[in-house]
Write a protein that binds this ligand. Structure first.
Ligand code: SF4
Length: 95
């Protein structure tokens, strides 16, 4: 089972999503101020990330899910470290 929860933090620059797959939780934060619209995160995890009309990353409200490995690979692909991944305890996994 996959659950999504979206929360907007501080201004509109950071969005947090909490994803639950079985017993594993992953927290993904996006810093839209850093995003330069390179799009590699969208290519590697197309069910999690997409670009909006401003060519800035947003978290996709999709019922489909990308694998944990693909989401982490997407975060690692970001040239400006705009995708931050944490575990269920809020401990930062990447970067
Ligand atoms: S890879 Fe980074 S810079 Fe490129 S769209 Fe994703 S968040 Fe933005």
């Amino acid at each position: 089972m996959v659950l999504f929860s979206l929360t907007t933090l501080a201004s509109n620059s950071i969005v947090k999503i909490v994803k639950s797959i079985a017993t594993f939780y992953m927290e993904i934060k996006i810093d839209r101020d850093l995003c330069i619209g390179a799009g590699t995160c969208v290519v590697l995890a197309p069910n999690t990330f997409e670009l909006d009309d401003e060519l800035k990353v947003v978290l996709k409200k999709s019922k489909k899910s990308d694998s944990d490995e693909d989401i982490i690979a997407a975060a690692k692909s970001c040239p400006v470290l705009a995708v931050i991944v944490g575990d269920e305890k809020g401990k930062q996994i990447y970067p």
